[in-house]
Design a binder for this molecule. Structure first.
Ligand code: PGA
Length: 255
């Protein structure tokens, strides 16, 4: 079945020196945890250093963004071709990219295509804003984002989806496990319609938004929820290790 997955999204935090220190603090313990796919997503400038530190370990590397063109006159951008030498994953469509940097569903779609073309595995984020949630539009929004991002893309197992309600990100107000599981079930139904039932059953779908060592169990106790995309708590070595340990323990029990 689906193997559990936990990724740490460091966002725009850590200098290269701090990134190395953070990896050192968690490396040994994280490396030993079995039964969970573990991914660190540091800022671009630390990818090379962190990739060297992770060599020979069971921990994988991801980037937080990329541009959809492969190369050329796009000052300041980083392409999937460049990332493909360093990382296995790339976070795409994160709500901070959508709302602060104007990324549309169409841009996210071009990025997903470019990532897959260079054998990078997208961690595709979808999620509704507070007002959309309150207006009962969660399913409509998530469905539009998914259909937009996956438009014209052949069914592919090298994709992880993260359901991240915008109102839960960085706010300390996580969704409830029940709410998250219900939306994730809905996401699976959309993927089943777009692609197939078996693809929907095979794809990993994570929850993200104020996940901590204290609340991770609430999410991953649901069979629907395959793991977490962790922001703030992934910057604390002990806490991130504890999130991954709890995921391994709880998902291991359900086998
Ligand atoms: P958070 O961020 O855990 O700090 O809420 C999650 C994310 O944005 O991926």
């Amino acid at each position: 079945m689906r193997s559990p997955f936990v990724a740490g999204n460091w966002k725009m935090n850590t200098t290269a020196t701090e990134a190395e220190r953070l990896v050192l603090e968690m490396l040994d313990k994280l490396d030993k945890i079995e039964g969970v796919e573990k991914v660190l997503c540091p800022p671009f400038v630390s990818l090379v250093a962190v990739s060297m530190m992770l060599q020979g370990s069971s921990i994988k590397l991801g980037a937080q963004n990329m541009y959809f063109e492969a190369k050329g006159a796009y000052t300041g951008e980083i392409s999937s071709l460049m990332l493909s030498e360093l990382c296995e994953f790339v976070i795409l469509g994160h709500s901070e990219r959508r709302w602060y940097f104007g990324e549309t569903d169409e841009i996210v779609n071009r990025k997903v295509k470019a990532a897959l073309a260079n054998k990078l595995k997208p961690i595709l984020c979808v999620g509704e804003r507070l007002e959309e949630n309150e207006a009962g539009r969660t399913e409509e929004v998530v469905s539009r984002q998914l259909r937009g991002a996956l438009d014209g893309i052949e069914p592919v197992r090298d994709l992880v989806i993260a359901y991240e309600p915008v109102w839960a990100i960085g706010t300390g107000k996580a969704a409830s496990g029940k709410q998250a599981a219900a939306t994730i079930q809905f996401i699976r139904a959309v993927v089943a319609k777009l692609w197939s039932k078996s693809m929907a059953q095979d794809l990993r779908i994570l929850y993200g938004g104020s996940v901590t060592g204290a609340n991770i169990a609430e999410f991953i106790s649901y069979l629907e929820i395959d793991g977490a995309l962790v922001g703030g708590a992934s910057l604390k070595a002990e806490e991130f290790v504890s999130i991954v340990e709890k995921t391994a323990e709880i998902k291991g029990r359900k086998k």
